[in-house]
Design a binder for this molecule. Structure first.
Ligand code: ADP
Length: 473
């Protein structure tokens, strides 16, 4: 834990395990209520000065953090692989993506423009200034343990807010490594704070109720996000919520099914399916089902599961035992209701995988709305394939979800692609594109997938208040 520029020790600790091997790789402090209070007090005190710094000063510090991150890219990626499980190459990509936010918001810090608005009265002037919202409580998940931190902290710090970060209990070591970078970059004491906790509810409650905290930014599951949002609303706090998703992927009949299967295999099994933008319902036209399923299954079955540190590993473990059980119960439910397992469909325990949480990359065909997997987010390496007949049908099925984060479509017809883009109720749509994310692009969802956007110009707005000055002259 890092509070007010000091590393805190001497607390009870909880262990961090490697999900590929079960090995304990570190211990972190379990914060006390006094620690939560100390962090809030420090961030509140630091805000009074931090908000008066110039955007140029804040930008400089973000640049420095970016440089340090780039210099430590490999060490950060190795830590991420050991703590979270993803293959080293994916960790390197994530560290780069995480660093991109520091660079982007180092630049955006200088573009927090206000406005002069003409008044109807001759002797009146309106001036609009952007000011930081105040102390921010940030809660981050384990699936992208570094980039979800910078996606929140970089815009908050750029805007002039101070921050208390509470990372997921499965991946606090990545958060600690990032905090070392912020400390070394020279952010003043109290501007960035880290508290680690095994039972997160206490911290969530403090973030939502303490009057010194003005904003909660949360990435995690929809049920927890709704609970926190309710509490935050009762205390009139600003919120950003990046919650669950149930992304549809539509392959239109004018697309090449083999090309689409290749792309969707890549994005489906990325991060072992543990991404809120992972395609969770794959819709293919009935006339193309056969070549599509063949290619998707062949790619899934060739993926080598294993320790992400080993060369040749294509897919890492799930984060824990609970995740395995959830995936397996969805697969069993689908099979019981008539789905066919094209490949996978079981836990992996051979070849040294018994101590980790591995599940075989799985393709299910014949998936129908009666199955749990059709409705519920999976967060695992299972690709459910559903066939459709008409464009109208597939758009209606794709939108038939409480979620609205990401969607994907394959089409070689511009009019079809544009119609689908406009008809889909999702915040992020990949059109023949399996990676529609970037620090420069707004990320966020509709419906039960959340509130607000991260990254892009919009990302910094989430941390700004609008202040109007009406001047009589
Ligand atoms: P997942 O099911 O993907 O782990 P969670 O929503 O449980 O998603 O976790 C995302 C983040 O939310 C983590 O940092 C976790 O510690 C935190 N979290 C979970 N429950 C609460 C809670 N009641 N209050 C505050 N934070 C919470």
């Amino acid at each position: 834990m890092y509070i007010d520029g000091e590393w805190m020790t001497g607390r009870p600790e909880f262990p961090v395990t490697n999900p590929a091997t079960g090995e304990i790789i570190g211990q972190v402090p379990d914060c006390t209520d006094q620690d939560i209070e100390a962090a809030i007090r420090a961030a509140d005190r630091a805000f009074k000065e931090w908000k008066t710094t110039t955007a140029y000063q804040r930008s400089q510090l973000l640049y420095r953090a970016w440089e340090l991150m780039m210099r430590q890219k490999r060490a950060l990626a190795e830590l991420m692989t050991r703590e979270q499980g993803k293959p080293l190459k994916a960790s390197l990509n994530e560290v780069q993506y995480g660093a991109d936010f520091l660079l982007w918001f180092a630049e955006e810090a200088k573009r927090m423009y206000g406005q002069i608005i003409p008044s109807a009265r001759e002797n009146q002037r309106f001036l609009v200034q952007k000011t930081p919202v105040g102390v921010v409580g940030a809660i981050t998940p384990w699936n992208y343990p570094i980039s979800m931190i910078t996606r929140k902290l970089a815009p908050a710090l750029a805007a002039g807010c101070t921050v208390i970060l509470k990372p997921a209990e499965s991946t606090p070591l990545c958060a600690k490594a990032m905090m070392e970078i912020f400390a070394e970059a020279g952010f003043p004491p109290g501007v960035v704070n880290l508290i680690t906790v095994q039972n997160p509810a206490r911290v969530g409650e403090a973030f939502c109720t303490d009057p010194r905290i003005r904003k909660l930014t949360f990435t995690g599951s929809t049920p927890v996000g709704k609970e926190l949002n309710g509490l935050a609303a009762a205390n009139m706090k600003r919120v950003s919520m990046e919650l669950g998703g149930h992304a549809p992927a539509i392959v239109f009949p004018d697309a090449d099914p083999v090309h689409a299967a290749k792309g969707l295999a890549l994005v489906k099994f990325l991060n072992t399916g543990q991404a809120c933008i992972s395609p969770n319902r794959i819709f293919v036209h009935q006339d193309q089902a056969e070549p599509f399923i063949r290619e998707l299954s062949s790619r899934a079955s060739r993926l080598v599961a294993g320790n992400g540190m080993h060369d040749g590993t294509g897919i890492g473990p799930l984060i824990n035992e609970l995740a395995i059980q959830k995936v397996d119960s969805q697969v069993k439910d689908a099979v019981a209701r008539g789905a066919k397992v094209e490949t996978g469909g079981h836990r992996l325990t051979d070849n040294g995988l018994a101590d980790g949480h591995f599940y075989a990359p799985t393709v299910l065909s014949g998936v129908t709305p009666a199955m749990k997997i059709y409705r519920e987010e999976t967060f695992g390496p299972v690709a459910p394939v559903i066939t459709y007949r008409t464009e109208d049908d597939v758009i209606a099925m794709a939108n038939d979800t409480e979620y609205g984060l990401a969607a994907y479509l394959y089409s070689n017809n511009m009019a079809t692609a544009m119609r689908a883009f406009e008809a889909l109720d999702f915040g992020i749509i990949g059109i023949n594109d399996i990676n529609p994310t970037s620090a420069a692009a707004p990320f966020g969802g509709m419906k039960n997938s959340g509130l607000g956007r991260e990254g892009a110009q919009e990302g910094i707005e989430e941390y700004l208040e609008t202040k109007l000055g009406g001047f009589a002259i």
